[in-house]
Design a protein around this ligand. Structure first.
Ligand code: MF3
Ligand code: CO
Length: 248
């Protein structure tokens, strides 16, 4: 069931979204080679708690942390660990969810650590651009397929591929609500988005093949060819004439 939010509810989601975006800014300013992914998880946990929020990932289907920290060939859902040290040249995707006063924010960024290869730089840039291409013409009445079409066209025209096995999602009181928001698709197809719907748009773009493998820890997802992958996500409210990005 797709829920449409009132202006009052969107105002609450704006507040949750602000904390979500701010956690990622903080992590972006702190991340350095030599830190562990667990260090970043602690920073996120403390920051979210200091605003009276809850990290929505912690305990979600038994997930053991406040963020996902996914390095290089890990697409998403890397579990933070004291044993995972961040190294020069890596790209690190950080995904975080915040629940504040009962409303959710969900966002992700991919950070470049030290001297990264030209290929990784391009991958990170194109992945972020995929998100902004998707929201460019989005408004009340836009078919869902236009989002996937925009992401896929931009990724593939740059020689990259779009992960199919994981998709974006509606968001509100729950982190994952209807509808699914694929990063691939055909223009003019699917349900029409409506003013008041709130969705997480989250391109996951691979440097090589689109196929992924699910790791035996039950969470981690890696590219099948073990080439790098990037992730960029924001929580977005549909308005009458455009969108409002709640987690920037
Ligand atoms: N933020 C992810 C998403 O966009 C979900 C993370 S899975 C969790 O769907 F278990 F860590 F919460
Ligand atoms: Co999400």
């Amino acid at each position: 069931m797709i829920t449409v939010k009132t202006e009052e509810q969107i105002e609450l989601m704006r507040k949750a979204g602000k904390v979500t975006g701010d956690v990622l800014r903080l992590i972006g300013s702190e991340i350095k080679e030599g830190m562990t992914t667990k260090d970043l998880d602690r920073i996120a946990y403390e920051y979210i708690k200091s605003f009276g929020g809850e990290p929505s990932f912690l305990g979600y289907s038994g997930y053991p942390a406040s963020i996902c920290a996914s390095i290089d060939e890990t697409v998403v859902h890397g579990i933070p660990s004291d044993d995972v040290v961040i190294r020069n040249g890596q790209i690190v995707s950080i995904d975080v969810g915040v629940v504040l006063n009962g409303w959710q924010g969900d966002a992700a960024r991919t950070f470049m650590v030290g001297d990264v290869s030209e290929e990784k730089k391009k991958l990170v840039k194109v992945t972020q651009e995929c998100f902004f291409k998707a929201v460019e013409n989005l408004k009340d009445g836009t078919p869902m397929g236009d989002i996937g079409y925009a992401v896929q066209t931009h990724a593939e025209s740059n020689g990259f591929s779009v992960v199919r096995a994981l998709v974006g999602h509606g968001i509100g009181r729950e982190m994952h609500e209807d509808p699914s928001v694929p990063n691939y698709g055909r223009k003019g197809t699917g349900i029409r988005l409506k003013k008041g719907m709130v969705i997480a748009i989250e391109p996951m773009i691979n440097a090589g093949v689109y196929q992924v493998d699910f790791m035996s820890d039950g969470w981690g997802v890696k590219t099948r060819d073990r080439k790098p992958s990037a992730h960029y996500e924001n929580t977005v409210a549909i308005t009458a004439d455009g969108v409002e990005i709640l987690t920037l």
